[in-house]
Design a protein. Structure first.
Lengths: 430, 442
C-alpha cells in the first residue's frame, strides 16, 4: 500500500474512534560520500519512511509514530491510548483546507540523488583544500530528496518536495584545525571547491597563534559563531510555549526595546532556504513573522496546541523532527539590519566558531565558550592568528548594543545571519 | 559477488515511550515504533552502506538484493581498508529488576508527575519532567556466519526546575537512566534537589574567569574524562590524523597512578553485550599509570592503527557503526574529599554538568558546570553559577594533583557524527592545578 492510500485508511479508521485525526507522512532518499584519508572512504544510500498520527478526543491530544507500514493499526491504537492520558485542553480543531497562494522554493528539480554526483562534489572539496598545505581529516557530500504530506479529517491534504545538497570539510595542519560547510535546497548554490578551500585556509592560517591576555576586547563573531551562540539561546526564548511557561527571558517584554535599534529578527518561510514552506507541520498556512523589528520585541511563535491553550492562535510555526510530536520552531530565521558600520574597521578579535555553545544557559543567556580560529582583525582583514582563549558573556546583554553588522551574510542551517561586532567583551586567555 | 569482501546487516526494531509533563500538564504520554536496518558491504576498497526502514532479515532474497546494491555503492570508494580479526562473543544482558513493560503508561505518568511536583519547591516558577523508555530488539548477521540477537531495555527520566526573581532566571536539573529495569520509583528526591538548586542559584555569584585551582565533583570529572581523553582516543579520529593523541602510545600524558578506562561490559548506562560489528566487548585501559596505552577501536581502525582494543563500534538506530565510548571513567585514587579541599586551599569547586565539547585535532576541550562554590582557605564559601572550564588535552592530565577515592558514574548521551548513543562517565573528586575557568564575574 502506498503512503497516500494508507493515510486515507488511517483517517477513516481513526475518525470512528476520535473527534479528529491527523497524519504526517514523510519518505525520502539520500546519498552521501564520506572522506577518509583525503579520499572517498564510504558511500552511503538511505531510504526512509515514516508516519506520525495525532488524534484529538474531548481536547485530549494523542500521538504515535512508526517507521513500519505494517504496524499502522498498532500506531493508531497507541495514539488513542496516549490521548487517554494527556491533560485535556482548549482545542478549536485541526485547520481546514486554505487557498495557499504563496510559493516557497524548497526543492531543486535538477538535483539528482546519485552517488556519482556526491562523489563529484567530494572531488571539488578536495581540489579546493589542496590549495593550502594541510591534511584533510574528514568531511563529505550529501544529496537528498524527500516528500512530505500532512492530512487531517477536516480535509487538509498538502504535499511538498524538499531537496538538500550539503558539503563539509575538516582540515588540519599540525595542531591547527579548520572546518567549513554549506547546505542549500539548490545544488547550484553549493560551491564545494570554495568550501574546501575555506576550511583548509582556516587550518593553515590559524597555525602558530599568539597568546592573548585576559581582558575586555572588541569582538567580531562570524556568521557561524553568531548562529551557534544565538541558536541555543535566542530561538528557545522566542517559543510561545517557553514564554507562557515562564521559561523565556523575553516573556514579559512585548513592545519593549530588547535589542539594539539596528537589529531585526524575522522568520520568512517564503525565502529560499532549508525550511521554506507554505504550510507548517500541522497544515497551517505559513506567514512572514517579524519577532523583533529595529530592536523592539513584536511577537512570539506558536503552534496550534499552545495557541489554543493560551488564546493566541497559531503563527504557522510548527515544525517536526524525527518521530516526535510537532513543536514550535522557525522555518528560515533572519537576523538582519542595516550594514551601516563595517564591523572590521577598528582592531578586534574575530571569532570563526565556538566550542561548547550548547552549554549556554538558555534562560539567563549566560555563556562561556572556547573560541575556534580567532584572529586579530584590522581594517576588515584577518591579520594575525590568536592561539586559544575563552569568550564569556550574556546573549541578551550583548545584543542590546552591537557595534555593527557585516556584509558577509550567510545561511547557517535555518538561520541566515551576518557577522556581528560586539564591543567590550570578556576574553579569558591562558 | 566477487567484489564483496565482507558484509553485515544490523536490524533494530523496537518501541520508544515518552512522557512529557510541563508545569503539571501532561503534554504527551505515548509509545512510538521503529524498525531500522543498516547493510554494509566492504568492496575492493571501502564501505558501501545502505540504511532502510523495515527490512526482513530472514528473507535471503531481500538480503541478497540489498548486499548487491551496497556493493555498487562501495565501487565509488577509493580508500583501501582492511578488517582486523577480533574476538567474538555476546555477554548476557543484565537481568531486569522490574521490567518497564509490566508497568502501564498510566502508572509511569503518575510516578513522573510525582517527581515533577517534588521539584516545585518555594521559589520555583516552572518545572518540567520527561520519561524516556527504549526497548530495542537487535539482530545481526554477517558474511562470516556470525549471528546474534539481544534485547536492550533503557528507562530513565530528567527533571528541570526554573526559579525566577526580579527578572533573574536560574535552573536546576537532574537525570537518571539505567539499563537494568524500570527507573521511576522512589525518585522524588531528585526532583526536590533540582528545585532547591534552582532557588539557591538565584543568589549565586558570577565567578571571575582566569587560571586557578579547581576541584571537580565525580559527575563533572566524568565529563572531563569523556571530553579531555575519551574522544581523542577513538581509533577513527586517530586513523584520520584528527587526534592529538595519534602516535603517542607509550608516552606519559598524565600524572603517575592515573588510570582511565572505557568499559562497555559494566552494567551502567553505556553497557552493550556485543559491539555493533559483532565483536566481543572488553575493558580497555586507555591510560595506565599516566601512560597512554590503548586506543578504542573497531575492526577497521584496529587494522589501520593498532595499539588498542576492538569492540567499541556502536551505532544509533539506522546509522552505520562508528568508534564510540561506552562507560568511561577515572579509577579511584587515595585522596579523601576533605584532603582535596584543604590541598586546594584557594580555588573553585565545580559541580554537575551542562555538557561539553572537544576539538580533538586541536586538542582543546570545554565543558560547563551546573554550579559551584568558591574555595577559600580549604573551605567552600559562596555559591557560583554559569562557570565553565577549558583546557588542552596534552597538558591537562599532568595538572591532576590529587585523585579521590569516591568514584561515581553518571548516565548521559554522547553525540558524534550526527549520532547519539547512551553512555556513562565517572570519576572520583579531582584536584586540578592551573585550570582555565570561564565566567563573567569582574
Amino acid at each position: 500500500m502506498n503512503g497516500e492510500d494508507l493515510i486515507e485508511r488511517i483517517l477513516r479508521e481513526g475518525e470512528r474512534r476520535a473527534d479528529e485525526v491527523e497524519v504526517f507522512y514523510a519518505r525520502g532518499e539520500s546519498v552521501s560520500t564520506e572522506i577518509k584519508k583525503g579520499i572517498i572512504g564510504t558511500a552511503e544510500e538511505s531510504e526512509a519512511w515514516s508516519m506520525a498520527i495525532r488524534t484529538v478526543k474531548d481536547g485530549r491530544i494523542g500521538f504515535s509514530s512508526t517507521g513500519d507500514p505494517d504496524r499502522w493499526k498498532e500506531c493508531l491504537d497507541a495514539a488513542l491510548a496516549s490521548g487517554g492520558l494527556a491533560t485535556p485542553q482548549q482545542w478549536g480543531g485541526f485547520p481546514k483546507p486554505a487557498n495557499l497562494t504563496s510559493t516557497a522554493s524548497s526543492s531543486d528539480g535538477d538535483l539528482v540523488v546519485a552517488v556519482e554526483d556526491a562523489a563529484g562534489m567530494v572531488a571539488d572539496l578536495l581540489s579546493g583544500a589542496a590549495e593550502h598545505p594541510v591534511e584533510v581529516v574528514g568531511g563529505g557530500a550529501n544529496l537528498a530528496r524527500s516528500y512530505l504530506m500532512v492530512a487531517n479529517t477536516s480535509g487538509v491534504l498538502y504535499g511538498m518536495n524538499r531537496t538538500v545538497a550539503a558539503v563539509s570539510l575538516e582540515a588540519i595542519r599540525e595542531q591547527s584545525t579548520g572546518y567549513e560547510f554549506d547546505a542549500s535546497p539548490f545544488r547550484a548554490d553549493i560551491d564545494a571547491r570554495s568550501v574546501g578551500e575555506q576550511a583548509a585556509s582556516l587550518a593553515a592560517r590559524s597555525l602558530s597563534g599568539r597568546d592573548i591576555a585576559t581582558g575586555r576586547y572588541d569582538v567580531v563573531l562570524s556568521p557561524v559563531a553568531a548562529a551557534s551562540i544565538l541558536g541555543h539561546v535566542l530561538l528557545p526564548a522566542l517559543s510561545g510555549r517557553n514564554v507562557k511557561a515562564g521559561r523565556s527571558f523575553l516573556a514579559d517584554k512585548l513592545g519593549e526595546q530588547v535589542f539594539d535599534g539596528s537589529l531585526s529578527v524575522y522568520d520568512d518561510p517564503f525565502a529560499p532556504g532549508l525550511g521554506s514552506t507554505t504550510w507548517d507541520a500541522e497544515g497551517i498556512p505559513t506567514r512572514r513573522q517579524v519577532f523583533v523589528e529595529q530592536g523592539v520585541l513584536g511577537r512570539f511563535a506558536y503552534d496550534l496546541k499552545t495557541g489554543y491553550r493560551y488564546g493566541e492562535g497559531s503563527t504557522g510555526s510548527a515544525v517536526r523532527s524525527g518521530g516526535e510530536p510537532p513543536g514550535i520552531g522557525v522555518h528560515n530565521l533572519f537576523v538582519d539590519g542595516p550594514r551601516a558600520k563595517e564591523p572590521g574597521d577598528e582592531r578586534a578579535v574575530w571569532i570563526h566558531d565556538v566550542v561548547g555553545a550548547h552549554t549556554a544557559n538558555p534562560f539567563s543567556g549566560d555563556f562561556s565558550v572556547e573560541i575556534s580560529n580567532p584572529f586579530w582583525m584590522e581594517g576588515g582583514d584577518l591579520v594575525e592568528p590568536i592561539r586559544t582563549a575563552m569568550l564569556s558573556g550574556n546573549v541578551f546583554e550583548m545584543l542590546r548594543e552591537i557595534g555593527g553588522l557585516g556584509k558577509d551574510t550567510r545561511r547557517v542551517g535555518r538561520l541566515t545571519i551576518p557577522s556581528i561586532r560586539l564591543n567590550n567583551q570578556q576574553i579569558i586567555g591562558k | 559477488m566477487a567484489d564483496v569482501r565482507y558484509y553485515d546487516i544490523r536490524c533494530v526494531r523496537g518501541e520508544t515511550t515518552l512522557v512529557d509533563i510541563d508545569n503539571g500538564v501532561i503534554e504527551s504520554a505515548g509509545t512510538s515504533f521503529f524498525d531500522k536496518a543498516v547493510i554494509r558491504v566492504l568492496g575492493p576498497k571501502g564501505w558501501g552502506i545502505l540504511t532502510r526502514d523495515h527490512v526482513d532479515i530472514d528473507s535471503k532474497r531481500e538480503v541478497n538484493t540489498l548486499v548487491e546494491a551496497a556493493a555498487r555503492l562501495a565501487a565509488v570508494t577509493q580508500d583501501h581498508l582492511d578488517l582486523a580479526d577480533a574476538p567474538r562473543g555476546v555477554l548476557p544482558v543484565p537481568p531486569l529488576g522490574e521490567d518497564p513493560r509490566d508497568v502501564d503508561l498510566e502508572e509511569k505518568t503518575r510516578l513522573l508527575a510525582g517527581i515533577e511536583a517534588a521539584a516545585r519547591v518555594a521559589g520555583v516558577g516552572n518545572t518540567r519532567a520527561r520519561y524516556t523508555e527504549g526497548i530495542d530488539a537487535v539482530r545481526f548477521l554477517d558474511s562470516s556466519e556470525n549471528e546474534y540477537s539481544y534485547e536492550a531495555v533503557r528507562s530513565g527520566f530528567s527533571v528541570v526546575a526554573i526559579a525566577s526573581r526580579n527578572g533573574v532566571m536560574q535552573m536546576g536539573s537532574e537525570r537518571d537512566h539505567i539499563t537494568t529495569g524500570f527507573n521511576l520509583r522512589g525518585k522524588q528526591d531528585l526532583g526536590r534537589k533540582a528545585g532547591e538548586v534552582a532557588v539557591s542559584l538565584l543568589d549565586a555569584k558570577l565567578p571571575k574567569g582566569g587560571t586557578k585551582r579547581a576541584v571537580l565533583d565525580p559527575e563533572l570529572a566524568g565529563v572531563f574524562t569523556h571530553e579531555a581523553v575519551g574522544h581523542a582516543s577513538e581509533g577513527d579520529l586517530v586513523r584520520e590524523g584528527a587526534s592529538v593523541l595519534g602516535g603517542r602510545i607509550g608516552e606519559r600524558i598524565g600524572c603517575e597512578g592515573l588510570v582511565i578506562v572505557d568499559d562497555p561490559t559494566l552494567h551502567e548506562f553505556g553497557f552493550i553485550p556485543v559491539d555493533a560489528e559483532g565483536v566481543a566487548v572488553q575493558r580497555t585501559e586507555i591510560i595506565r599509570d599516566g601512560i597512554l596505552s590503548s586506543f578504542l577501536h573497531n575492526r577497521e581502525t584496529l587494522a589501520a592503527v593498532g595499539n588498542g582494543i576492538p569492540g567499541h563500534a556502536r551505532s544509533e538506530h539506522g546509522a552505520p557503526p562508528i568508534v564510540r565510548m561506552s562507560n568511561t571513567f577515572i579509577e579511584n585514587g587515595n585522596a579523601m574529599y576533605d584532603e582535596i579541599l584543604s590541598e586546594c586551599k584557594d580555588g573553585i569547586l565545580l559541580i554537575g554538568s551542562r555538557g561539553g565539547q572537544v576539538d580533538p585535532g586541536r586538542g582543546v576541550f570545554q565543558f560547563n558546570a551546573e554550579y559551584g562554590y568558591l574555595i577559600e582557605g580549604g573551605e567552600t564559601t559562596d555559591m557560583v553559577r554559569d562557570v565553565s572550564l577549558s583546557g588542552e588535552i596534552l597538558s591537562t592530565l599532568h595538572n591532576i594533583a590529587l585523585v579521590g577515592n569516591d568514584r561515581k558514574m553518571s548516565p548521559g548521551y554522547c553525540g558524534k557524527g550526527g549520532q547519539s548513543v547512551p553512555v556513562s562517565d565517572g570519576a572520583p573528586h579531582l584536584l586540578l592545578e592551573n585550570a582555565t575557568i570561564g565566567g563573567r564575574g569582574e
